[in-house]
Design a protein around this ligand. Structure first.
Ligand SMILES: [Fe+2]
Ligand SMILES: [Fe+2]
Length: 178
């Protein structure tokens, strides 16, 4: 590669890297904002759907398991970041639901432990499938707690401006991962 082409290539790479780091937050602010809690509920449905696919994947092989696990991990990481940095502090500080927030943080710790074990155990199908079932049960219970109790508790405290700000904040957090 001659010097000019190399420079163009290197420039392209660094622009790509910069775009990767800078654009998601910009894009996240430009996108239309719906009900931020509904977006989190939609995430829950997506995760449970992925876990159902994983639970029914006997015979699919390690490459398939790796790919779907990465999709789940990436989505859960972004979702957890938004909840841990935005939603749970609000529960603690604004709704005075310290104990509920603590329990939800601790569920996230357990979820991460299962993700780690699933990643380590990709080669062994049966124990992997069993752990997928355990994670699905945990996630379903955790999501129900958020959807039925904690999100409504926060929604009741917020006006439309607050909802808009919250939606923007959540999108910015998620964009750091996605
Ligand atoms: Fe959560
Ligand atoms: Fe959640």
């Amino acid at each position: 590669m001659d010097a000019n082409r190399w420079l163009a290539f290197a420039g392209g790479v660094s622009l790509g890297v910069i775009a990767d780091r800078v654009l998601p937050p910009l894009v996240s602010q430009a996108m239309p904002l719906g009900d931020p809690f509904e977006a989190l509920v939609a995430d829950h449905r997506h995760f449970l759907n992925l876990l159902d696919q994983m639970a029914q994947s006997r015979g699919r092989g390690v490459v398939w398991r790796t790919q779907i696990l990465l999709r789940l991990k990436r989505g859960l990481t972004a979702h957890a970041l938004a909840e841990e940095d935005v939603i749970y502090p609000m529960l603690d500080e604004q709704a005075h639901a310290e104990r509920a927030a603590g329990a939800l943080y601790s569920d996230h710790g357990l979820i991460k432990t299962h993700l780690y074990a699933l990643e380590r155990g990709l080669a062994e199908e049966s124990p992997w499938l069993a752990r997928v079932g355990t994670l699905r049960n945990l996630l379903e219970r955790h999501a129900r707690q958020e959807e039925d109790i904690e999100f409504p508790r926060l929604r009741a405290l917020m006006d439309q401006d607050g909802m808009t700000r919250l939606g923007r904040h959540i999108r910015r957090e998620k964009a750091m991962v996605l």
